[in-house]
Design a protein around this ligand. Structure first.
Ligand SMILES: Nc1nc2c(ncn2[C@@H]2O[C@H](COP(=O)(O)OP(=O)(O)O)[C@@H](O)[C@H]2O)c(=O)[nH]1
Ligand SMILES: [Mg+2]
Length: 256
């Protein structure tokens, strides 16, 4: 079901882009340049977990020259899920943005897709940038072992959760504000890939309309992956079962 009938082209509508960062100094400036080149009314919130490489300081420096940038500093690295939840909370408390986009800082997610996300969200509640749209894999530069793992993970998650999504673990997403508000009322507990699975699952359970658009994903060229493999994989395997035993209040009961 569609929540808002307004469109990003209707004036005044604002998009907030949340970017979690941990040691992304080499990538952040290039990403922001691309984002601010878009012809969109947008703001950016960087959520940095005290990156040892100084990403947080760089973000502050950039924010001094560009008032559309805000930075949320957290004391220690607590994982991607916690960073997003903190970002969502901050977004709801400090911004009046109508749409909220989540994306990685490592240039894997091309900002050029953001206008397409905003077009699509006019007729649904959540848009996922899918690397496996209608069975077509669009991932560039990823080592074969990780690619195979991603494909197996999609099959596993879909089989046990009935999510029916091409890409259950994508971190490139656009939400209507009401979805973020509803997610903050639900207990989202997991991290890493499991966080994305859990968010998708809760959105569907709450009755939000989730749609995918195809995106090309470029594996990072600079820096290194921060998501620790073993813990992340285990959590993603287990979340599927944890979700089965959770009860959810449907959206019509939670939102006014
Ligand atoms: N704030 C914050 N950001 C994180 C954390 N872990 C990963 N990230 C960011 O989340 C995004 C995805 O992480 P990445 O390492 O690229 O994961 P991968 O693409 O699965 O290898 C990047 O922008 C990271 O900098 C964390 O603990 N805290
Ligand atoms: Mg990455």
């Amino acid at each position: 079901m569609n929540l808002l009938q307004t469109t990003p082209k209707d004036q005044g509508l604002e998009t907030l882009i949340i970017i979690p960062t941990y040691n992304e100094k080499e990538n952040l400036e290039d990403l922001l340049k691309k984002i601010f080149a878009l012809p969109i009314n947008l703001k950016v919130l960087i959520v940095d977990d005290n990156s040892p490489d100084g990403t947080g300081d760089l973000a502050e420096k950039l924010a001094r020259n560009e008032r559309r940038i805000s930075v949320l500093h957290r004391d220690v690295k607590q994982g991607l899920g916690k960073a997003y939840l903190a970002g969502f909370r901050y977004a709801v408390e400090h911004f009046s943005s109508d749409y909220i986009v989540g994306m990685d800082a490592d240039l894997s997610h091309d900002p050029q897709y953001i206008p397409k996300f905003l077009e699509e969200i006019e007729t649904c509640d959540v848009v996922i940038g899918s690397r496996f749209y209608k069975g077509r894999i669009s991932i560039i530069n990823r080592p074969l072992s990780r690619l195979i793992f991603s494909c197996v993970a999609q099959a596993y998650v879909n089989f046990f959760t009935w999510l029916s999504l091409g890409d259950t673990t994508s971190g490139f997403k656009c939400f209507k504000r009401a979805v973020i508000e509803a997610l903050l009322k639900s207990a989202v507990l997991s991290d890493g890939y499991a966080f994305q699975i859990e968010v998708n699952y809760i959105c569907k359970k709450l009755g939000f309309l989730v749609r995918e658009i195809p995106v090309v994903f470029y594996d990072r060229c600079r820096g290194y992956s921060k998501i620790p493999a073993f813990h992340t994989v285990l959590e993603a395997i287990l979340i599927v079962w944890k979700l089965k035993f959770r009860t959810f209040t449907r959206r019509s009961d939670t939102t006014a």
